[in-house]
Design a protein. Structure first.
Length: 491
């Protein structure tokens, strides 16, 4: 980056920090559940699914290679809020059949708690009903307003509630932090009837019948994931349905951004757009799902931060090609809000395993070393994942259970799979992760990754930050089962 661009970024930030009597900028964190980076226009997708997200990226910092630390929502969001890997924050499993859930420990300071303690009004409007207080997962800590639907909520009603909160914030003197969590690209892919769907493929109604069979529970989820009864046209229709969900939520993000501008909040607000994980859409023997594997269709995510005011605040678009992690999000965001990312008086920043990423776009800063990314899957039984087969040359999901683990470093990825051969990929030459290089990998590729993996495997003992799993009462457990079923996590 040139020095004039850096100065413009700093001027824009300082101007925002000095607004409203010296107050810090506001922050809106938009999380889009299950959004693949490669289905977003500013990440190279050409179907026009995301003009609103693209506009945000055009005025901010886009991280081209951001990697999630888990393959499903709760641990990934815990990493986003704590700057810790899953083995450190302890949220590592889905709720189980006994109604037990991993708790985000109250001993850990989270991003909303950090901001609340420093004078921010903190608010959450969340569409994913797994985050409800009654399920005791712990994500409500630090929020003044915590609005989570009892069932999956579409982006339209979620945005309506967000705009109400923006009106409330106009009367307040505090800066605000607002977490908006949209879930629309998550299975099942079926936008509201009122939404004019821009993408379609004639499949004779196959995909709609598949959705209906899912809704009436006449088709096991494992079949949908591993052997969906769809021909090529049915699969094309399914991909259009996913793109329609992405387009629908992008339109609502556009409403949110227009709401900021109409209320005069645009130039005072840092806006971040992040996805917690992606989605397998037929790659590696898995369809319409995440949680199982650690390939890039699931692990490569959207990470965009637009400083207050965007170009109106003096910023200019920056694209960062280096590998980064969701682990790095909180320290980086706090730096852009005017806090010292190296502040060791804060538990969040003192314990952070993530890094402030600003040296990656700041001229004259001390360079960051290459950042290795760790990730893990859900722990699945062999019975749950054994249905996959080899299709179209893709690598089949092994007939093995347990938690997959991954390290991704300097263009290579190593995946440790319980009870099966490990996998190594050269991502520069094999971005689709088809050709496993093991056991004949060059030592310069395999050895550093093996050492990293060994360190992560050794760190898989007692969970450092987590309290014990919380057990729900019978009524709440039944409610949780209904929520999981609606999201496709049949058990």
């Amino acid at each position: 980056m040139t020095r004039p661009v850096l100065l413009l970024l700093l001027v824009g930030l300082l101007t925002a920090c000095g607004a409203e009597g010296g107050g810090r900028p506001n922050c809106v964190l938009i999380v889009v559940d299950t959004l693949r980076a490669d289905r977003v226009g500013c990440y190279g997708y050409e179907k026009g699914t995301t003009p609103s997200i693209d506009a945000i990226a055009s005025e901010g910092i886009l991280f081209e290679n951001a990697i999630a630390q888990a393959a499903y929502t709760l641990p990934s969001m815990a990493t986003l809020f704590t700057a810790l890997n899953p083995m450190s924050h302890g949220v590592r499993r889905h709720p189980d059949t006994e109604g037990r859930v991993d708790v985000l420990s109250p001993r850990l300071e989270t991003l909303p708690e950090f901001l609340s303690a420093r004078g921010y009004a903190t608010q959450a409007v969340v569409s994913n009903s797994l985050f409800q207080k009654r399920f005791r997962v712990g994500f409500d800590a630090g929020f003044d307003v915590y609005d989570v639907g009892r069932r999956r909520r579409d982006a339209g009603p979620t945005t309506d509630r967000v705009l109400e909160l923006l009106d409330r914030n106009l009367a307040g003197r505090k800066p605000f932090f607002l977490w908006v969590h949209y879930i629309d690209p998550h299975w099942p892919y079926d936008p509201p009837e009122s939404f004019e769907r821009p993408f379609s493929h004639d499949d004779g109604g196959q995909f709609q019948r598949l959705l209906q069979r899912f809704e009436n529970k006449s088709l096991p989820r494992e079949i949908i994931n591993f052997t969906p009864p769809l021909d090529a046209d049915g699969r094309a229709a399914a991909l259009c349905a996913y793109d329609n969900e992405v387009a629908y939520v992008d339109g609502q993000i556009g409403r949110l951004m227009a709401g900021l501008e109409e209320r005069g909040l645009d130039e005072k607000t840092v806006v971040a757009v992040v996805s917690d994980h992606g989605e397998a859409l037929g790659e590696h023997g898995v369809s319409f799902a995440h949680s199982f594997t650690l390939y890039d269709e699931v692990q490569r995510v959207v990470q965009i931060i637009r400083p207050a005011g965007g170009t109106a605040g003096g910023t200019k678009a920056v694209r960062v090609g280096d590998q980064v992690r969701l682990l790095d999000f909180a320290p980086t965001l706090l730096g852009l809000l005017g806090f010292d990312p190296d502040d060791r008086d804060s538990d969040l920043l003192a314990n952070a395993e993530g890094r402030d990423l600003s040296p990656l776009w700041t001229e004259g800063a001390v360079a960051l070393d290459a950042l290795p990314a760790y990730a893990e899957s859900e722990a699945w039984s062999a019975e749950a994942v054994g249905a996959a087969g080899r299709t179209g040359g893709a690598i089949a999901l092994p007939r093995s259970g347990g938690k997959w683990k991954m390290v991704r470093f300097k263009g290579y990825k190593l995946i440790a799979i319980p009870g099966a051969e490990w996998e190594l990929y050269d991502l520069t030459e094999d971005g689709r992760e088809i050709s496993n290089l093991l056991p004949h990998a060059p030592p310069e590729a395999a050895s550093p990754l093996a050492r990293l993996m060994e360190a992560y495997l050794d760190d898989d003992g007692p969970i450092h930050g987590a309290s014990s799993r919380s057990r729900l009462d019978e009524e709440t457990r039944r409610e949780l089962d209904a929520v999981l079923d609606a999201l496709g996590y049949g058990r």
